[in-house]
Write a protein that binds this ligand. Structure first.
Ligand code: SAH
Length: 251
C-alpha cells in the first residue's frame, strides 16, 4: 500500500502523529527533498529504503512504488506541507488507480498555516476579511487566465501567494493592477517553522526590494491583506451579548 503523507512546513515535530507513525513503520520513503526537512527521515526504521523525489520523474516514482508493492511492502510518499496544495498527488493517485495499487492520504500542516503562526496573525479577521485566497503567480507553470493575481487582488481579501518568490516585481504589479495600493502592508515568510525562518514586513510596492535585502529567493510565502494592519472588529462568538448553541448572552 502507498501512504501519501503531509510532512508539515518544516519543523520535524509539526508532522501529524499519524504521519510520524507511518514513517516509523514503512519499508520505503519517497520524500520531496527540495522542501521536506531531512530530519523527518530519522523516524525511518533500519533498512527502510529512502528515495529523494527531487531528482526523480513521475515514472521513476511510480516504478519504485510498483516494485515495493510487488514485494508486498509499504511505501510512504512524503510531501511538503499538505499534499493537496501544489503537491502533484492527483497524477500519482490516478496511475495507482490504473495499476490497482491501494493508497491513503494523511493531511499535513500546510506552510500557509506555518506562515500565519510565524506572523502570529489571524487571516480571517472580522470586519477585515473572511476569505483566504491561496494562489500563485504564473511562471514556468501556467495559471488559468481567469485566476490572474490582479483578479483575486480586486477582492481585498487575505491572499497567500505560493511559489512566486522569484517573480516579486510581477506580483507587486499584478496586485496593484487589481486595486491594491503600493503602500499596503505585505509580508514575506521564509522557511516557516525551520530554524532559519525569517519574517519580513514590507509593503506591496517593496516586496522585491525586501526579498533582495534579506536574501530570500525561494521557500517563501507572500502574504497581503488588511489582516496585517491593526484594525478589526471583535468576534461575535466570544461577545457577551451574543447567544450561541453553547452559551446564553449575559447582557
Ligand atoms: N504542499 C505545500 C506547498 C508546496 S509548493 C504546502 O502545503 O505548504 C512549494 C511552495 O510552498 C514554496 O515555493 C513556498 O512558496 C511554499 N513553502 C513550502 N514550505 C514553506 C515554508 N516552510 N515556509 C514558507 N513557504 C513555504
Amino acid at each position: 500500500m502507498i501512504h501519501f503523507v503531509g510532512a508539515g512546513p518544516g519543523a520535524p515535530d509539526l508532522i501529524t502523529l499519524r504521519g510520524a507513525e507511518m514513517l516509523k513503520k514503512t519499508d520505503c520513503i519517497i520524500y520531496a527533498g527540495s522542501l521536506v526537512n531531512p530530519a523527518l527521515l530519522e523516524y525511518a526504521k533500519p533498512g527502510c529504503r529512502i528515495h529523494n523525489s527531487a531528482t526523480m520523474t513521475l515514472e521513476e516514482v511510480i516504478a519504485v512504488m510498483k516494485e515495493m508493492e510487488g514485494a508486498g511492502k509499504d511505501t510512504v510518499r512524503l510531501h511538503t506541507g499538505d499534499a493537496s496544495l501544489y503537491g502533484a498527488i492527483r497524477e500519482q493517485m490516478d496511475i495507482l488507480d490504473e495499476l490497482g495499487i491501494a493508497y491513503d492520504d494523511t493531511p499535513g500542516v500546510s506552510s500557509f498555516s506555518g506562515a500565519a503562526a510565524a506572523l502570529q496573525a489571524e487571516y480571517t479577521l472580522p470586519g477585515v476579511s473572511q476569505s483566504v485566497v491561496i494562489t500563485r503567480m504564473a511562471g514556468r507553470t501556467p495559471v488559468p487566465e481567469k485566476e490572474s493575481l490582479a483578479s483575486f487582488a480586486a477582492h481585498d481579501s487575505t491572499m497567500v501567494i505560493f511559489l512566486s518568490t522569484g517573480l516579486l516585481e510581477d506580483v507587486s504589479r499584478e496586485l496593484i493592477a487589481g486595486g491594491r495600493k503600493a503602500d499596503d502592508a505585505a509580508a514575506i515568510v521564509y522557511k516557516a517553522s525551520w530554524p532559519d525562518e525569517k519574517v519580513v514586513h514590507c509593503t506591496i510596492g517593496t516586496l522585491a526590494e525586501a526579498a533582495r535585502r534579506e536574501n530570500v529567493t525561494k521557500t517563501a510565502l507572500i502574504l497581503v491583506g488588511g489582516f496585517l494592519d491593526k484594525g478589526y472588529d471583535r468576534s461575535k462568538l466570544y461577545d457577551p451579548g451574543f447567544t450561541t448553541e453553547f452559551r446564553e448572552a449575559t447582557r
